[in-house]
Design a protein around this ligand. Structure first.
Ligand code: ADP
Ligand code: MG
Length: 240
Protein backbone atom coordinates (compact mmCIF):
# COMPACT_ATOMS: atom_id res chain seq x y z
CA UNK A 1 0.00 0.00 0.00
CA UNK A 2 2.90 2.34 0.78
CA UNK A 3 6.45 2.02 -0.50
CA UNK A 4 9.33 4.36 0.24
CA UNK A 5 12.38 3.84 -1.93
CA UNK A 6 15.64 5.52 -0.98
CA UNK A 7 13.83 8.55 0.36
CA UNK A 8 16.01 11.50 1.32
CA UNK A 9 14.83 14.74 2.81
CA UNK A 10 16.88 17.82 3.65
CA UNK A 11 15.86 20.98 5.46
CA UNK A 12 18.70 23.25 4.37
CA UNK A 13 21.84 21.40 5.41
CA UNK A 14 19.92 19.24 7.86
CA UNK A 15 19.75 15.71 6.39
CA UNK A 16 16.54 14.57 8.04
CA UNK A 17 15.69 11.35 6.16
CA UNK A 18 18.58 9.20 4.96
CA UNK A 19 17.87 6.64 2.27
CA UNK A 20 14.69 5.38 3.87
CA UNK A 21 13.36 2.13 2.43
CA UNK A 22 10.04 0.98 3.81
CA UNK A 23 7.06 -1.04 2.66
CA UNK A 24 3.69 -1.05 4.40
CA UNK A 25 1.34 -3.79 3.31
CA UNK A 26 -2.38 -3.37 2.80
CA UNK A 27 -4.07 -3.69 6.18
CA UNK A 28 -0.78 -3.53 8.07
CA UNK A 29 -0.54 -1.60 11.34
CA UNK A 30 2.85 0.03 11.56
CA UNK A 31 3.98 1.86 14.69
CA UNK A 32 6.88 4.30 14.45
CA UNK A 33 8.88 5.17 17.56
CA UNK A 34 12.06 7.14 18.10
CA UNK A 35 13.51 10.19 19.82
CA UNK A 36 12.36 13.73 19.14
CA UNK A 37 13.95 15.07 15.95
CA UNK A 38 14.68 11.63 14.48
CA UNK A 39 12.49 12.29 11.42
CA UNK A 40 9.27 10.45 12.32
CA UNK A 41 6.94 13.30 11.40
CA UNK A 42 8.85 14.12 8.25
CA UNK A 43 8.67 10.50 7.11
CA UNK A 44 4.95 10.12 7.75
CA UNK A 45 4.31 13.51 6.11
CA UNK A 46 6.10 12.26 2.99
CA UNK A 47 3.41 9.57 2.76
CA UNK A 48 0.75 12.11 1.77
CA UNK A 49 2.93 14.87 0.30
CA UNK A 50 2.72 17.23 3.24
CA UNK A 51 6.48 17.03 2.71
CA UNK A 52 8.14 16.27 -0.59
CA UNK A 53 11.34 14.18 -0.54
CA UNK A 54 14.43 15.62 -2.22
CA UNK A 55 15.15 12.26 -3.77
CA UNK A 56 13.72 8.78 -3.84
CA UNK A 57 10.21 7.64 -4.55
CA UNK A 58 7.02 7.28 -2.52
CA UNK A 59 4.40 4.99 -3.99
CA UNK A 60 0.96 4.95 -2.40
CA UNK A 61 -1.69 2.53 -3.59
CA UNK A 62 0.13 2.08 -6.88
CA UNK A 63 0.60 5.82 -7.55
CA UNK A 64 4.06 7.39 -7.54
CA UNK A 65 3.15 10.43 -5.47
CA UNK A 66 6.62 11.91 -5.92
CA UNK A 67 6.23 12.21 -9.69
CA UNK A 68 5.82 15.84 -10.79
CA UNK A 69 2.25 15.44 -12.03
CA UNK A 70 0.93 13.40 -9.11
CA UNK A 71 -2.70 14.20 -8.18
CA UNK A 72 -2.07 15.84 -4.79
CA UNK A 73 -5.69 16.19 -3.69
CA UNK A 74 -6.50 12.62 -4.52
CA UNK A 75 -3.43 11.46 -2.61
CA UNK A 76 -4.40 13.44 0.49
CA UNK A 77 -7.85 11.86 0.30
CA UNK A 78 -6.57 8.33 0.17
CA UNK A 79 -4.10 8.86 3.05
CA UNK A 80 -5.73 10.90 5.81
CA UNK A 81 -3.64 12.39 8.61
CA UNK A 82 -4.51 12.90 12.27
CA UNK A 83 -2.20 15.34 14.05
CA UNK A 84 -1.09 15.94 17.60
CA UNK A 85 -2.93 19.27 17.52
CA UNK A 86 -6.41 18.34 16.40
CA UNK A 87 -6.74 21.24 13.92
CA UNK A 88 -10.52 21.36 13.99
CA UNK A 89 -12.22 24.42 12.49
CA UNK A 90 -13.18 26.41 15.60
CA UNK A 91 -16.12 28.25 14.01
CA UNK A 92 -17.73 25.12 12.57
CA UNK A 93 -19.83 22.63 14.47
CA UNK A 94 -18.57 19.10 14.96
CA UNK A 95 -20.73 17.79 12.13
CA UNK A 96 -19.69 20.64 9.84
CA UNK A 97 -16.06 19.76 10.56
CA UNK A 98 -16.82 16.28 9.27
CA UNK A 99 -18.73 17.30 6.17
CA UNK A 100 -16.72 20.26 4.87
CA UNK A 101 -13.95 18.40 3.05
CA UNK A 102 -16.12 15.62 1.58
CA UNK A 103 -18.47 18.26 0.14
CA UNK A 104 -15.83 20.72 -1.09
CA UNK A 105 -13.00 18.40 -2.09
CA UNK A 106 -14.81 15.25 -3.13
CA UNK A 107 -18.12 16.71 -4.29
CA UNK A 108 -20.19 14.51 -2.00
CA UNK A 109 -23.80 15.63 -1.54
CA UNK A 110 -24.42 17.40 1.78
CA UNK A 111 -27.07 14.92 2.93
CA UNK A 112 -24.79 12.00 2.23
CA UNK A 113 -21.78 13.60 3.94
CA UNK A 114 -23.98 14.28 6.98
CA UNK A 115 -25.32 10.75 7.05
CA UNK A 116 -21.90 9.11 6.93
CA UNK A 117 -20.56 11.80 9.26
CA UNK A 118 -23.17 10.95 11.89
CA UNK A 119 -22.32 7.28 11.55
CA UNK A 120 -18.63 8.00 12.18
CA UNK A 121 -19.49 10.25 15.12
CA UNK A 122 -21.47 7.39 16.56
CA UNK A 123 -18.49 5.11 16.11
CA UNK A 124 -16.23 7.43 18.09
CA UNK A 125 -18.97 7.83 20.72
CA UNK A 126 -19.81 11.47 19.99
CA UNK A 127 -23.10 11.45 18.14
CA UNK A 128 -24.68 13.70 20.74
CA UNK A 129 -21.99 16.35 20.13
CA UNK A 130 -22.81 16.86 16.44
CA UNK A 131 -24.03 20.44 16.99
CA UNK A 132 -21.38 21.41 19.54
CA UNK A 133 -18.37 23.58 18.72
CA UNK A 134 -14.83 22.28 19.22
CA UNK A 135 -14.15 24.61 22.16
CA UNK A 136 -17.03 22.96 24.04
CA UNK A 137 -15.29 19.58 23.88
CA UNK A 138 -12.46 18.08 25.89
CA UNK A 139 -9.14 17.38 24.18
CA UNK A 140 -9.92 13.69 23.96
CA UNK A 141 -13.30 14.40 22.41
CA UNK A 142 -11.74 16.83 19.91
CA UNK A 143 -9.22 14.23 18.85
CA UNK A 144 -11.99 11.67 18.39
CA UNK A 145 -13.79 14.20 16.19
CA UNK A 146 -10.57 14.65 14.20
CA UNK A 147 -10.43 10.89 13.66
CA UNK A 148 -14.08 10.80 12.58
CA UNK A 149 -13.39 13.71 10.24
CA UNK A 150 -10.53 11.81 8.63
CA UNK A 151 -12.71 8.70 8.29
CA UNK A 152 -15.47 10.68 6.60
CA UNK A 153 -13.11 11.09 3.64
CA UNK A 154 -13.13 7.29 3.33
CA UNK A 155 -9.33 7.02 3.20
CA UNK A 156 -7.47 3.82 2.41
CA UNK A 157 -4.72 4.73 4.83
CA UNK A 158 -4.83 6.47 8.19
CA UNK A 159 -1.68 8.30 9.26
CA UNK A 160 -1.42 9.32 12.91
CA UNK A 161 1.32 11.64 14.14
CA UNK A 162 1.50 11.42 17.94
CA UNK A 163 -2.28 11.66 18.28
CA UNK A 164 -2.29 11.45 22.08
CA UNK A 165 0.78 13.54 22.91
CA UNK A 166 -1.17 16.74 23.52
CA UNK A 167 -3.79 15.07 25.72
CA UNK A 168 -4.18 14.97 29.47
CA UNK A 169 -3.39 11.45 30.70
CA UNK A 170 -6.99 10.59 31.55
CA UNK A 171 -8.03 11.24 27.95
CA UNK A 172 -5.39 9.17 26.22
CA UNK A 173 -7.23 5.87 26.49
CA UNK A 174 -10.49 7.06 24.98
CA UNK A 175 -8.55 8.03 21.85
CA UNK A 176 -6.44 4.87 21.80
CA UNK A 177 -9.61 2.77 22.16
CA UNK A 178 -11.04 4.38 19.03
CA UNK A 179 -7.77 3.65 17.22
CA UNK A 180 -7.75 0.03 18.35
CA UNK A 181 -11.31 -0.29 17.09
CA UNK A 182 -10.26 1.11 13.75
CA UNK A 183 -7.25 -1.17 13.56
CA UNK A 184 -9.52 -4.17 14.01
CA UNK A 185 -11.44 -3.17 10.90
CA UNK A 186 -8.52 -3.76 8.60
CA UNK A 187 -7.58 -0.27 7.42
CA UNK A 188 -3.88 0.34 6.75
CA UNK A 189 -2.46 2.41 9.62
CA UNK A 190 0.85 4.16 10.25
CA UNK A 191 1.04 5.52 13.78
CA UNK A 192 3.81 7.60 15.29
CA UNK A 193 3.38 7.09 19.01
CA UNK A 194 5.25 6.22 22.16
CA UNK A 195 2.25 4.38 23.58
CA UNK A 196 3.81 0.93 23.71
CA UNK A 197 0.64 -0.56 25.23
CA UNK A 198 -1.12 0.45 22.03
CA UNK A 199 1.75 -0.94 19.95
CA UNK A 200 1.45 -4.23 21.77
CA UNK A 201 -2.29 -4.43 21.14
CA UNK A 202 -2.33 -3.55 17.44
CA UNK A 203 1.07 -3.25 15.78
CA UNK A 204 2.09 -5.84 13.22
CA UNK A 205 5.46 -4.17 13.17
CA UNK A 206 7.30 -1.46 15.07
CA UNK A 207 10.11 0.58 13.57
CA UNK A 208 12.60 2.54 15.63
CA UNK A 209 13.95 5.68 13.95
CA UNK A 210 17.11 7.47 14.94
CA UNK A 211 18.86 10.33 13.16
CA UNK A 212 16.86 9.95 9.97
CA UNK A 213 17.28 6.21 9.62
CA UNK A 214 15.29 3.12 10.48
CA UNK A 215 17.62 1.65 13.09
CA UNK A 216 15.65 -1.42 14.00
CA UNK A 217 12.33 -3.07 13.27
CA UNK A 218 10.34 -6.01 14.52
CA UNK A 219 7.22 -7.09 16.35
CA UNK A 220 6.20 -5.29 19.54
CA UNK A 221 7.44 -8.38 21.43
CA UNK A 222 10.85 -8.00 19.83
CA UNK A 223 11.10 -4.48 21.23
CA UNK A 224 9.88 -5.54 24.67
CA UNK A 225 11.96 -8.68 24.97
CA UNK A 226 15.17 -8.35 23.01
CA UNK A 227 15.85 -5.04 21.31
CA UNK A 228 19.12 -5.30 19.47
CA UNK A 229 20.76 -1.89 19.38
CA UNK A 230 21.95 0.10 22.37
CA UNK A 231 20.18 3.18 21.05
CA UNK A 232 16.90 1.28 20.98
CA UNK A 233 17.42 -0.03 24.50
CA UNK A 234 18.23 3.42 25.79
CA UNK A 235 15.18 4.91 24.10
CA UNK A 236 12.86 2.20 25.40
CA UNK A 237 14.25 2.52 28.92
CA UNK A 238 13.14 6.16 28.83
CA UNK A 239 9.60 5.64 27.59
CA UNK A 240 8.60 2.38 29.25
P1 ADP B 1 10.31 13.87 14.91
O1 ADP B 1 8.92 13.86 14.41
O2 ADP B 1 10.93 12.52 14.99
O3 ADP B 1 10.45 14.61 16.21
P2 ADP B 1 10.80 15.66 12.69
O4 ADP B 1 10.53 14.89 11.46
O5 ADP B 1 9.74 16.59 13.15
O6 ADP B 1 11.21 14.66 13.86
O7 ADP B 1 12.11 16.52 12.53
C1 ADP B 1 13.32 15.97 12.06
C2 ADP B 1 14.31 17.09 11.87
O8 ADP B 1 13.86 17.95 10.83
C3 ADP B 1 14.50 17.98 13.09
O9 ADP B 1 15.86 18.35 13.15
C4 ADP B 1 13.63 19.16 12.79
O10 ADP B 1 14.12 20.32 13.43
C5 ADP B 1 13.73 19.27 11.30
N1 ADP B 1 12.53 19.84 10.67
C6 ADP B 1 11.30 19.28 10.67
N2 ADP B 1 10.43 20.02 9.97
C7 ADP B 1 11.12 21.09 9.52
C8 ADP B 1 10.79 22.23 8.71
N3 ADP B 1 9.56 22.40 8.22
N4 ADP B 1 11.77 23.11 8.45
C9 ADP B 1 13.02 22.93 8.90
N5 ADP B 1 13.40 21.90 9.65
C10 ADP B 1 12.47 20.97 9.96
MG1 MG C 1 7.15 14.55 15.26
Amino acid sequence: MITLEKVNKFFGHNHVLKDIDLTVKTGEKLVVIGPSGSGKSTMIRCMNLLERPNSGRVIVDGVDITSPNAPVNQIRQSAAMVFQQFNLYPHKTVLENLTLAPILVKGVRKEEAEETGMAFLERVGLKEKASAYPAQLSGGQQQRVAIARALNMHPKIMLFDEPTSALDPEMINEVLDVMVDLANEGITMVVVTHEMGFARRVADRVIFMDEGQIMEQGTPEHFFLNPEHDRTKLFLSRIL
